[in-house]
Write a protein that binds this ligand. Structure first.
Ligand code: LLP
Length: 413
């Protein structure tokens, strides 16, 4: 069940009318459903329950501390990718022992921050990083719990900008370098190798891609155990896709079967790092039509949200569904939905059919919980827009509008 449905002719987030939120908060704004966040977490957990996994929410998908807190209350840990995200996860109440630190470019300061916070695990992306973690940990007199992120060299059927599991991408340790990395985990000081990590890409529909990666991972575990390594943990990353505009996704239970069938019997503690799956369909971006422009060849609905508020269409050719906030059943005339930013790529998509939508009307851009607010910018002199959390029958602002006046306070003449 989606969190966003029409009630009495108005699109609502759970029981709250999006029009009421728009009136009070202004547009554009992001609206998240706490109920849907909780449901998504439960839906992720249920078919994997036999593994008792550690589910580390990939904070990068939507780093608002109230969103992280909502998932933390469900039992989630966090997958963080910078000291900034670590700070957010801790501030939101995630326990350090449930935090995993991934990312290819961790600095010494970030590694030190993670070690001092006593987090669950640092995922190591290169031999260079392995040496630095050892040095930093040694100097702090702390033993670093690490997992090696391996690049399994598998195809991930997704947009090429978010595929990470093939040789030649910057992610993970290539299989040819794994023997050196494994031996360094023994010879360098202050390292405690717990296991392996893979993350082959984001927004994957084809669970066979995961099967390929996890099968290779299982083989690696068996091989390196034979070489005398005590491998007790596997971090299987994130990457499960969601339905956007008209796409269909195989049931999540099929992904769980792939996991159980490949790495389920190794006796390893299993962690996951879902981002989009937990927050993607729990959020929308509400915008108002500024102009209904009939050009010579095309009709454009120019809305007050732009690529700076949701960059996914411009960056990954993504197409989010768009719904009128006021329900209307009259026949719709197609329009391209575009933003106000001075770039041709500031376009949500072509030929949307939105009944009864013209100048002044509200629309909701769906599936905007993941990688929307998270990737927002102030391009073209624009504010960072509010985030709202609906919980039960009420809503609250979880990030206020950051006006241009405030942004200028960061600057000096
Ligand atoms: N773990 C690691 C190490 C990651 O790099 C990512 C995402 C995740 C977990 C979470 O992946 P998810 O479950 O959300 O697919 N901005 C792009 C997506 C970039 C994903 C980056 N890494 C988009 O809007 O599609």
């Amino acid at each position: 069940m989606t969190a966003f449905t029409y009630r009495g002719g108005t699109l609502c987030a759970d029981n709250v009318a999006l029009s009421a939120i728009a009136e009070q908060v202004g547009t554009p704004c992001y609206v998240y459903s706490a109920k849907r966040l909780r449901e998504n977490y439960q839906n992720f957990c249920a078919p994997l329950a036999s593994l008792s996994p550690l589910i580390c929410y990939a904070v990068k998908a939507c780093p608002n501390i109230a969103v992280i807190r909502t998932l933390a209350e469900c039992g989630a840990g966090a997958d963080v990718t910078s000291a900034g995200e670590l700070e957010r996860a801790l501030a939101a109440g995630i326990k350090p022992e449930k935090i995993i630190f991934s990312g290819v470019g961790k600095t010494r300061d970030e590694i030190a921050a993670a070690l001092k916070a006593n987090i669950h695990q640092i995922n190591v992306e290169s031999i260079s990083e392995l040496r630095v973690i050892s040095e930093v940990a040694h100097s702090l007199n702390i033993t670093a719990p690490i997992a090696l992120r391996v690049n399994p060299d598998v195809v991930a059927n997704t947009h090429h900008k978010i595929a990470t599991g093939e040789m030649g991408t910057k992610f993970g340790i290539d299989s040819t370098q794994l023997p050196e990395a494994m031996s360094l985990t023994r010879s360098l000081p202050a390292l405690d190798l717990k296991g392996f990590h893979v993350h082959i890409g984001s927004h994957l529909f084809d669970y066979e891609n995961f099967r390929d990666a996890y099968t290779k991972l299982a083989d690696m575990v068996r091989y390196w155990r034979e070489q005398g390594f005590d491998l007790t943990r596997l971090d299987l990353g994130g990457g499960v896709g969601i339905t956007y505009d008209g796409q269909t996704q195989a049931p999540f239970a099929d992904y769980a079967s792939v996991v159980l069938g490949t790495v389920g019997n190794l006796g390893c503690a299993i962690a996951f790092e879902p981002g989009r799956f937990l927050v993607g369909d729990a959020g929308v971006l509400i915008a108002r039509v500024v102009h209904d422009k009939q050009g010579e060849q095309k009709r454009f609905l120019i809305i007050d949200a732009g690529m700076n508020d949701l960059v996914r269409p411009a960056m990954y050719d993504a197409r989010h569904s768009i719904m009128p906030v006021k329900e209307n059943t009259t026949e719709a005339k197609a329009a391209d939905v575009v933003g106000p930013v001075c770039e041709t790529s500031d376009m949500f998509g072509e030929d949307y059919l939105l009944s009864g939508v013209g100048s002044g009307d509200l629309v909701a851009i769906m599936q905007a919980g993941a990688y929307a607010a998270a990737m927002a910018s102030t391009y073209n002199g624009r504010a960072l827009v509010p985030e709202v959390l609906v919980d039960g029958g009420s809503f609250r602002i979880i990030r206020r509008r950051i006006s241009v006046k405030e942004q200028m306070e960061w600057e000096t003449l």
